[in-house]
Design a protein around this ligand. Structure first.
Ligand code: MEV
Length: 438
């Protein structure tokens, strides 16, 4: 009996597998999809097709970013104006689906604009790649071999590093690291790079593979060669400061202290720190995405940095000293303004253009500011009115839209909920009553 059930399940599963899928045309892929998963429902095809771009060249460009593309997945692309960073004006592009992020960025930009704006500075800009290998022999012999071989390892990357060196980048150092205390027979070549205006992933990985090839011998077993997304030496600092009295309209000293306590709590309690940093990443990811950078790399590196002391903590900090409130962020950001998708995706290109075609270092500063601004908005709301007031306002408009309300009905509902608690049910009820009473 069990055997028959398994066989039926197996057949069901097999019915949904497919061979040579990547070779099918886009329409054939969609046909397979709707036949296999949606009971041949043609509405699914229309849903997918309505997001196709009518410009075939543009659509092809997007299709080719990845495999098996069947449509485009839109997320809003917005701008947050009025940022003053290092005395320069910026309108920051953001690609994000979360309703309150851009509004918060815009409000905070305006707020700090009248208080001296943001100051930002890149602390360091080096990146890391590693060749991981196993070696069972005599340690000293390995170190001797590395010393003799080091120049040849650098020479093995000459063709790859030539252009990068012209742009001010290249390999800064190769070190042999003994990791046998962490894992038996495990060593690595720890390579430090400067990649100028490119994020450098392809450059780093190509160099590492060339180094590994030149280093390999019978008793050295290369396991893998790959860049690290942990980049604590690709670090940027951004800050704001003002007189404590200028921070809030009323009770400024008490509220500023509460703001500082909110950060102390994040530093003391990882559950809070994760949410605190998530809010920072709302701002960071949105700009990273809009500028065609790799937000997963940024996320991974930022959270690892937040845990560098062995405890997961806040990426931001604040203090009050001699009547001055100071709030800052320090975050690793490995970004590029050339290469990858940055100039290939028309909207990334536009975003970089909007930012004045910054260098990678300038982009690090702008993006750190976007994160700091987001955290400022969140902590300010959390320690005063609570976060739901602003969130629910945006949520309310989304629910109203989903209900298909007219402009007149929308305005009525916004007024109606001005001083009431917004819940999905409450909005639906109010809307239904409004329609019924008409
Ligand atoms: C929501 O996306 C982000 C916040 O939860 C951040 C925070 O709590 O600091 C509001």
């Amino acid at each position: 009996m069990i055997y028959i059930c398994c066989l039926v399940n197996f057949k069901k599963k097999m019915g949904k597998s497919v061979q040579g899928f990547s070779k099918l045309t886009k329409l054939e892929k969609i046909d397979w999809l709707i036949k296999t998963f949606f009971n041949s429902d043609e509405n699914i095809k229309s849903t997918l097709k309505q997001y196709w771009n009518s410009n075939k060249v543009l659509q092809n460009l997007h299709d080719d970013f990845i495999e098996n593309t069947i449509s485009n997945f839109y997320i809003p692309f917005a701008i947050a104006p009025n940022f003053l960073i290092n005395e320069k004006e910026f309108t920051i592009p953001m690609a994000i689906e979360e309703s309150s992020v851009v509004a918060a960025a815009s409000l905070v930009a305006k707020f700090w604009r009248t208080r001296g704006g943001f100051k930002a500075k890149v602390i360091s800009s080096t990146k890391i790649g590693q060749v991981h290998f196993m070696y069972e022999g005599d340690k000293q012999k390995l170190y001797d071999y590395f010393s003799i071989k080091k120049e040849a390892l650098l020479a093995a990357t000459k063709d790859i590093t030539k252009n990068m060196q012209k742009r001010g980048g290249g390999i800064l150092d190769i070190a042999l690291r003994d990791k046998t205390e962490d894992l038996k027979n495990y060593y690595q070549l720890h390579v430090t790079f400067e990649t100028a205006d490119s994020m450098g992933a392809n450059f780093i990985n190509s160099c590492l593979e060339a180094i590994a090839k030149a280093f390999e011998k019978e008793d050295i077993q290369i396991v893998m060669s790959i860049l690290s997304n942990y980049v604590p030496e690709c670090l940027v600092h951004a800050e704001v400061s003002c007189n404590v009295e200028d921070l809030y309209a009323e009770n400024s000293k008490e509220l500023a202290e509460k703001f500082v306590q909110a950060i102390q709590i994040a530093n003391a309690e990882p559950h809070r720190a994760v949410t605190h940093n998530k809010g920072i990443m709302n701002g960071i990811d949105a700009v990273v995405l809009a500028t065609g950078n790799d937000f997963r790399a940024i996320e991974a590196g930022a959270h690892a940095y937040a845990a560098r002391s062995g405890k997961y903590k806040s990426l931001t900090n604040a203090k009050i000293e001699n009547g001055i409130f100071k709030f800052w962020i320090e975050i690793p950001l490995a970004l590029g303004t050339v290469g990858g998708l940055t100039k290939l995706h028309p909207l990334s290109k536009l975003s970089l253009n909007l930012l004045g075609n910054p260098s990678a270092k300038e982009l690090m500063e702008i993006i750190a500011v976007a994160g700091l601004a987001q955290n400022f908005a969140a902590l300010r709301a959390l320690t005063t009115t609570g976060i739901q007031k602003g969130h629910m306002k945006m949520h309310l408009t989304n629910i109203i839209k989903q209900l298909g309300a007219s402009d007149e009905e929308k305005n009525f509902l916004i007024d109606y909920f001005e001083h009431k608690t917004v819940t999905h049910n409450a909005v639906v009820e109010a809307y239904n009553k409004l329609v019924k009473d008409k």
